[in-house]
Design a protein around this ligand. Structure first.
Ligand code: EPZ
Length: 419
């Protein structure tokens, strides 16, 4: 398992270009199952999760080929049973369920695993598919779904933690080939859901309201191929903005969508970070001094849970008390103990972390536990005095394209260590 060795204390300076959004490309890859025609997906980030999804689509019988950052996928003749081991290893694979059911009227996929940030249930996905007419059974760790036909329905998809992003994706995809009209209430509003909707509309689907809590899908008989460029990754862009402020450098971020980042940019400005926006370019630097801020993670357009860990590191550098409350997942504080090894003073009180910021950080060996926690530990290592070894960075490679290379190009002393 690879690690990253970082020698902290270098302010980051220079330019970085944002890659395509992981959380847009995964459901979009699943959507190619809805048509036998060729689909072209551009600006695809080179991530292990993307490779994994490609393997899953191949295991279903689809042809998947890549040229640089472009994917060519054609699901001419597919089967409805996904490879158990492949699918259970990546939670995002659950979004093949809706397209398979829509295309074949039957599907059998393994239950996705939970992970360190929470149990990751799929009850809302299954509720929505049942309301579209599917019969669902859970047997031997598989979800088996089948129906003679999918019928449009009015359904409510909100759960105890609000909307579900991949649940909305699954139901929206299934509804594109259902008979009649489907209304999804309490739909997720994330930009990645909108990008998926735009991909489906380009395939011939009848979708209105994506990006709002109410999405209406008018079923069609068939969908055709498409050529689509994926939106940039707002979480990666936020991660670089925080790294600029944390290291007291100045980074110009190209190819972003600042209009997808209002909550993050607003909180960074409140924390004293200077941000200049020119179209798709953001220039970020710390400004005179960091200030503590309180953050609560919420469904979009609230502060994204996927930026919570990275922001916690910035707050550990901001003199004063910051309260970070996690409202989307039930246990997304695994990074707290590891960040504390570097000198941060953080106490967990229920759904909140109380950060007493301004303590000096010093390097130490730390362990990554999940994708965004890994990014937070890298940022902390960039700031901490001395050397930091971030272990198990396979978590990082799932969601960040060449992060160590991009950071080295910004002046960071960071090396990948193969173990
Ligand atoms: C997506 O996960 C993202 N992953 C996550 O990003 C992101 O953190 C999350 O949305 C929230 O924004 C991908 O898009 C691949 P949810 P998803 O269903 O769709 C509960 C990253 O770091 N829930 O919106 O699986 C659930 O437990 C990853 O890139 C149910 O109760 O998340 C959670 O508390 C991490 N029942 C809340 O809803 C369900 O059936 C939001 O989960 C489904 C979800």
């Amino acid at each position: 398992m690879d690690s990253l060795f970082i020698k902290g204390g270098v302010p980051l300076h220079g330019d970085v270009t944002v890659s395509g959004a992981k959380n847009a490309v995964l459901p979009i890859m699943a959507a190619t199952l809805l048509t036998p025609e060729l689909c072209i997906i551009r600006r695809v980030p080179q991530l292990s999760d993307v490779e994994f999804m490609g393997e899953i689509l191949r295991s279903l019988g689809a042809e998947v080929r890549s040229e640089g950052d472009t994917l060519f996928i054609q699901a001419k003749a597919i089967r409805g049973i996904g490879d158990y081991e492949l699918i259970r290893k990546m939670r995002g694979s659950i979004c093949i369920l809706g397209p398979l059911l829509a295309r074949l009227k039957k599907a059998k996929v393994s239950l996705p695993g939970g992970c360190v940030i929470g149990s990751r249930p799929i009850d809302l996905h299954l509720k929505g598919l049942r309301e579209l007419g599917a019969k669902i059974k859970i047997v031997n760790g598989y979800v088996s779904a089948s129906t003679p036909r999918l019928l449009g329905a009015d359904l409510f998809l909100g759960g105890r933690s609000g909307p579900t992003v991949l649940g909305t994706a699954n139901i929206m995809m299934a509804a594109t080939l259902a008979e009649g009209i489907t209304t999804i209430e309490s739909a997720a509003c994330e930009p990645e859901v909108v990008d998926l909707a735009n991909f489906l509309i380009a395939m011939g689907a009848g979708i209105v309201g994506a990006g709002s809590p109410t999405i209406t899908v008018t079923g069609v008989k068939t969908l055709h191929g498409v050529d689509h460029e994926v939106i940039p990754d707002r979480i990666e862009a936020a991660t670089f903005a925080i790294a600029a402020a944390a290291t007291n450098g100045e980074i110009t971020i190209h190819g972003a969508r600042p209009d997808h980042m209002h909550a993050v940019l607003d909180k960074l400005r409140e924390a004293g970070v200077k941000i200049e926006r020119r179209g798709a370019t953001l220039t970020v630097r710390r400004g005179r001094g960091l200030k503590p801020v309180d953050i609560t993670t919420l469904p979009y357009s609230g502060f994204p849970t996927d930026v919570q860990a990275q922001m916690m590191v910035l707050m550990a550098l901001s003199p004063g008390i910051s309260i970070i409350t996690e409202r989307v997942f039930e246990s997304r504080f695994m990074h707290v103990s590891e960040i504390s090894r570097l000198g941060a003073d953080i106490a967990i009180e229920g759904p909140s972390a109380i950060v007493k910021g301004g303590k000096p950080m010093s390097g130490a060996p730390v362990m990554a536990s999940d994708l965004r926690a890994s990014a937070a530990l890298v940022i902390a290592g960039l700031v901490a005095r001395g050397g930091t070894l971030v272990k198990r960075i396979y978590h990082l490679d799932r969601g960040y394209e060449n992060l160590d290379v991009k950071l080295r190009n910004l002046g960071a002393r960071i090396e990948r260590v193969e173990e």
